[in-house]
Design a protein around this ligand. Structure first.
Ligand code: NAG
Length: 367
């Protein structure tokens, strides 16, 4: 007589049960080892995950966060942007300029333009904390593009008019390319000063970017590799103590040009407490990731934003720059004939902070 299916199954499961019982009697059974290993691996992964996660940012104005002391606007997505105005009154100004600060800086680190020149040229100057810096809320969805859109919205809310100028320095100079790409219709002219370049922009020939990359300190080569290929590891990489991380974030200066060292000594730490007060990840680490990530466009693919000569694009670089290799800027300038390129033979990275330089940059842009 055939056994009904239900009976067959239960007989099979009974056999399996006996097998399991036999196995669990043995202390070193393969099953137990596998389970223990699995638990260990899960535990290790959870621990690693924990240790590479940046802590939650301390938002300005929140319960345990730093106080809000600056003027701020509220963007459409609810984030605040802090800003500072200088020069002549907006209503009387002939030129309105938005300044974009660099890595590990904030809105107060604007170029030292002289008040006389600002008045003579009738310039209104607006500087702001980029998202996550100083007193501006972090933007968890920050991209190269979102920065340009933040500037456009800031200009809108502060009624800068249909067109304004932009000056960006260092990593802020790199971000001016984003303005040229995403809000060219709002620009009256731009100055890109000592810009950081992204070694992964596809229009750089491999030999050009490799040669420039090789000039960086090994620790910076690694910090940028991590930011590009493993951005999720950036926080851990730049906060661990086993090996040196980004030299800029660690304020290392021995490899800089002599004049840069001098300027740095004078300028250092004047505002640094505010710069990263909301957390390193939302400020400086995110900057590394954005500036060296995969961009949606390549600046060398941009068309002339001022085909009718109604504005100009100035590019400045010091030949002794140890932080942003001049060769890349030179290559860009050669590639884009509409750029007005100014190369300073004995200047390093911080030349705009030297006496009179920022006024010269301003005059070149406006006059
Ligand atoms: C890169 O290669 C091109 C063509 O092979 C050459 O003309 C150029 O000088 C090289 N540049 C560098 C920086 O080596």
């Amino acid at each position: 007589m055939a056994v009904p299916p239900a009976r067959r199954i239960s007989a099979a499961s009974a056999r399996a049960h006996t097998r399991k019982k036999k196995q669990s009697n043995s202390f070193c059974s393969p099953g137990l080892i596998r389970k223990t290993l699995a638990i260990l691996v899960v535990g290790l992964v959870a621990w690693l995950y924990q240790s590479i996660q940046p802590p939650a940012p301390k938002i300005c104005g929140s319960l345990n966060g730093p106080p809000v002391t600056s003027s701020r606007i509220k963007l459409k997505d609810g984030r605040h942007l802090a800003y500072i105005e200088s020069g002549v009154q907006k209503e009387k100004a002939k030129y309105k300029i938005v300044f974009i600060h660099g890595l590990d800086c904030c809105k107060d680190n604007v170029f030292p333009f002289s008040q006389e020149v600002l008045e003579e040229l009738e310039v209104y100057l607006l500087s702001f904390d980029r998202a996550g810096y100083g007193e501006s809320d972090p933007n968890p969805h920050q991209t190269v593009k979102s920065l340009a859109l933040d500037i456009e919205e800031l200009a809108e809310q502060l009624k800068l008019g249909s067109k304004f100028h932009v000056i960006g320095f260092s990593l802020g100079g790199e971000l001016v390319w984003s303005c040229l790409r995403y809000i060219p219709h709002r620009l009256a002219g731009v100055a890109i000063v000592a810009p950081i370049a992204n070694y992964w922009w596809p229009n750089f020939p491999a030999n050009v970017s490799n040669e420039a990359y090789a000039q960086l300190l090994p620790q910076d080569q690694w910090a940028l590799r991590v930011a590009h290929y493993a951005p999720w590891l950036t926080y851990w990489w730049n906060t661990q103590k086993w090996f040196p991380a980004s030299s800029a974030l660690a304020h290392r200066s021995d490899h800089l040009d002599a004049k840069d060292k001098e300027v740095l000594l004078l300028a250092r730490n004047r505002y640094s407490e505010k710069v990263r007060q909301q957390g390193e990840f939302v400020s400086v680490h995110q900057d590394l990731i954005i500036s060296h990530g995969n961009w949606e466009f390549d600046p060398m693919g941009l068309a002339n934003p001022f085909p009718g000569n109604e504005g100009s694009v100035h590019l400045w670089h010091g030949a002794l720059d140890a932080l942003a290799p001049v060769s890349l800027t030179r290559y860009i300038a050669k590639h884009l004939p509409w750029i007005r390129y100014h190369e300073l033979p004995d200047a390093g990275h911080l030349f705009p902070l030297a006496d009179g330089m920022s006024d010269a940059i301003l005059k070149a842009l406006l006059v």
